[in-house]
Design a protein around this ligand. Structure first.
Ligand code: SF4
Length: 337
């Protein structure tokens, strides 16, 4: 399991090769971690509609022989995912209603979300979009134009968010073209890119990408998704520091996940490690009730107790806002605990 260091001369082909070589089965993942004979091997399943996908740099951050590894638990498909649980649905945020055009989700005032790619570099088992109809939101250049026409026609939109399917799966030239087309819409002032690619393939933060983002007239923010301090590799830190030097704002959002980060010490360490890497902890999300993810749910009382401990231990600027998303609401809901 070799990770190519970021400071090595890497070109786009390297991150794309790492993506192409990603692990695509639970059995393969267990073999790589020497867990093929562990009880976990009897619990596999649940990947028929949402396949396993884990790039090797992320696998390399897992602890071999540890069935409780917090990174492994986020990506290993278990048969628990196939159980139907009351209250867990395929579209927990009612995004279909806000899917105003192919590739466009318009939920909140002033901001619009563009689906820039038809998938991700990693399939997180708790993902609220694990049933999202990407096939109905094809993201070729023709669809982009329709999406951009929508943004151009809505003068209240000042911020465009590129989100999962992960926008950093686009190659640099396609991403540069899309960002330029967004910048050409004069009422758009800010660009936000939600991504997990640099966490699972830090080599994606190429010098060309950094320069392209820094060169835009738009104020650009990169929002990463990191749930556990073990996800923060030295290669990732190096790439993030380079982005900060280019003036890119860096934020992080996490999801509270049973068996992964439902521990006050881990959450505090995460905030500290994020800040050291140049990221501000922005949101800690309550799990969205998506079908297949019930085993990640942290009960409300426990969540409240964890957050109170974080409040005591962390300075205010390292305390992420504890939020949930309620379908139909015009903003996220900050949970008062
Ligand atoms: S990277 Fe984000 S959008 Fe993609 S599967 Fe993971 S949580 Fe879902």
């Amino acid at each position: 399991m070799q990770v190519i260091p970021l400071n090595q001369a890497v070109d786009e082909q390297d991150w794309q090769a790492l993506l192409a070589g990603a692990v695509r089965s639970s059995q393969q993942l267990l073999r790589l971690l020497q867990l093929e004979h562990s009880p976990l091997a009897q619990q596999l399943g649940g990947d028929a509609d949402f396949p396993v996908l884990v790039p090797m740099p992320f696998v390399a951050l897992m602890q071999s022989g540890n069935p409780q590894d917090p990174l492994l638990r986020q990506v290993l498909a278990l048969h628990d995912e196939g159980r139907q649980m009351p209250g867990y649905v395929t579209d927990p945020l009612a995004e279909k209603e806000a899917n105003v055009r192919p590739g466009v989700v318009h939920k909140y005032h002033g901001r619009v979300l563009l689906i820039a790619a038809g998938g991700c570099a990693v399939n997180c088992r708790y993902c609220f979009r694990r049933h999202f109809p990407y096939a109905d939101n094809r993201v070729g250049r023709k669809q982009w134009q329709q999406a951009l026409d929508y943004v151009a026609g809505e003068r209240s939109i000042t911020e465009v968010i590129l989100s999962g399917g992960d926008p950093l799966l686009l190659d640099d030239s396609a991403l540069a073209q899309l960002c330029q087309q967004i910048a050409d819409i004069d009422h758009v002032r800010r660009l936000r890119i939600h991504t997990r690619v640099p966490v699972v393939i830090p080599q994606r933060l190429t010098a060309a990408l950094q320069e392209m983002l820094a060169g835009s007239r738009l104020q650009t923010t990169l929002v990463l998704h990191i749930n556990h301090p073990n996800e923060i590799s030295s290669e990732l830190v190096q790439g993030l520091h380079a982005l900060r030097r280019q003036g890119i704002t860096l934020l992080n959002q996490s999801v509270l996940l049973a068996g992964v980060n439902d521990d006050a010490q881990v959450l505090c360490e995460l905030s500290e490690a994020l800040f050291a890497a140049g990221l501000l902890p922005y949101y800690l999300h309550q799990l969205d009730r998506v079908q297949g993810a019930h085993h990640f749910c942290v009960p409300h009382e426990r969540m409240a107790a964890l957050y109170r401990q974080m409040k005591v231990q962390l300075p205010g600027y390292l305390l992420p806002r504890l939020v949930c998303e309620e379908p139909g609401q015009p903003h996220k809901t900050v949970l008062q605990v």
